[in-house]
Design a protein around this ligand. Structure first.
Ligand code: SF4
Length: 425
């Protein structure tokens, strides 16, 4: 009997997925904490050093971008160096668009993250290429994450189902069906969005579809492009906590536009809280109070079980931030900023701070600051304005999904963005 004939409806647990030799995601195991390098993958020394720090901080899985086939060898060397130092943390290759790169790197990593819909414009060809990747992954024991983000679903899906949570869940379900048909069960799924309402709804819908199908694969949770500082932490906690509270989610990544080390304490806090453990990572009293309030009130606000935060220990600033993260009241502009990765060719963190400083009065707008021109524009989803680093000291400015200015020198880019916004006002 093949796995496609085995109904699993009796179990509410997700299918356990082994990642490498020592880690299991799902199946009732503790929530796994993961992050992603923001070093350039071809800088092997810097990437190994960052992985070392991340593993020491508590990352149980580390993702590294593989921009092209030339980086497969870098990944192989990075992983080899880590293993030779006794650092066994599984490595996840992050691939965009190229199935050849995914297939080439799959034998050298524990897991590959892809959006198969982006492999090819022709959907049938994308399916064929995904099938080939699954064959290679099976041969090498490599797991796959089907990672779909709101805003980059591709026209095949948006033409069929639109661009909302339902479209995200249905798109994922098609690839999941292919895995089931091919009897490939080392699968984890993610449906990230920067909008916490869209993100939580997409995961809930997919969870329902998988339960109905009888194959409940583990879910990787994340609020993508959450930004930085307090608001990035609060937004991540609100979206992730809402799902973990409902028993959805097996591994978490808190995406911050900061050094990835900063993500780990927040992710560890979430994992401990929803695994029912009381030991927390190094968090200050202020941070702990902030995360507690976000996890306590954010899910209730998102589900519209309450309309305000009725807690004298939550001050007005924190209440405003939680309300905005749950998209119940907007007291400042909404910022979207990717965490950056090996594709980022400029000072993303500095640019994001500059944009925030100059646009803080523009309440009601959604402003995105993205790390690369390859994926940034597609991933900005519902932004009104986008500031996208091209590399070589140049920036593109987008109005929604349309580039308005290209190749703007970085020193002038925030001024140009403000001029355009003011012209529209
Ligand atoms: S949008 Fe940001 S995180 Fe995504 S690939 Fe580009 S630089 Fe990396």
């Amino acid at each position: 009997m093949t796995s496609s004939e085995k109904p699993m409806t009796s179990s509410t647990r997700t299918i356990p997925v082994k990642i490498g030799d020592n880690l299991v995601i799902g199946g009732g195991n503790p929530i796994v904490v993961q992050t992603m390098c923001n070093t350039h993958t071809n800088d092997v020394g810097a990437t190994v050093a960052q992985c070392r720090r991340l593993a020491a901080a508590g990352a149980q899985m580390i993702r590294i971008t593989v921009p092209g086939q030339q980086d497969i060898e870098h990944i192989r060397v990075i992983r080899g160096k880590l293993r030779s130092e006794g650092i066994l943390v599984p490595i996840v290759a992050d691939i965009h668009f190229s199935s050849a790169t995914a297939i080439g790197v799959a034998p050298h990593v524990e897991k590959v993250r892809i959006n198969p819909g982006n492999f090819h414009k022709d959907h049938e060809e994308a399916r064929r290429q995904f099938g080939r990747l699954l064959d290679v992954c099976r041969e090498h024991g490599t797991a796959v994450r089907i990672g779909l983000n709101h805003g980059s679903l591709g026209s095949y899906i948006t033409d069929l189902y639109g661009n909302g949570p339902d479209a995200m869940a249905r798109a994922a379900m098609e690839w999941i069906e292919m895995c089931i048909e091919k009897d490939f069960l080392k699968v984890v799924v993610s449906l990230k969005a920067s909008n916490t309402v869209v993100m939580t709804e997409a995961y809930r819908l997919l969870d329902g579809m998988m339960r109905e199908r009888g194959f409940r694969f583990p879910m990787h949770l994340g609020v993508t492009e959450a930004g930085n500082g307090d608001s990035g932490r609060i937004k991540s906690c609100v979206g992730i906590a809402a799902l973990l509270e409902e028993g959805i989610g097996d591994t978490v990544r808190v995406s911050l536009t900061e050094d990835p080390e900063a993500e780990i304490p927040v992710a560890r806090y979430l994992a401990a809280r929803y695994d029912g453990r009381t030991e927390f990572p190094a968090l200050s009293g202020r941070e702990l109070k902030m995360l507690d309030a976000a996890c306590t009130w954010g899910p209730k606000l998102l589900r519209r079980q309450v309309d305000t935060i009725d807690d004298p220990t939550v001050d007005a600033y924190l209440a405003d931030e939680i309300m905005q993260a749950a998209r119940r009241r907007f007291y400042r502009p909404e910022y979207i900023a990717c965490p950056g990765c090996g594709r980022t060719m400029y000072d993303l963190q500095g640019a994001f701070e500059k944009v925030k400083e100059r646009t803080s009065h523009l309440k009601g707008l959604v402003i995105a600051v993205m790390g690369c021109i390859v994926n940034g524009p597609g991933e900005m989803a519902d932004a009104d304005w986008g500031y996208v680093g091209e590399g070589n000291g140049k920036v593109s400015i987008y109005k929604r999904h349309t580039p308005i200015l290209r190749h703007v020198p970085e020193e002038e880019a925030v001024d140009r963005l403000l001029e355009l916004i003011e012209k529209e006002a």
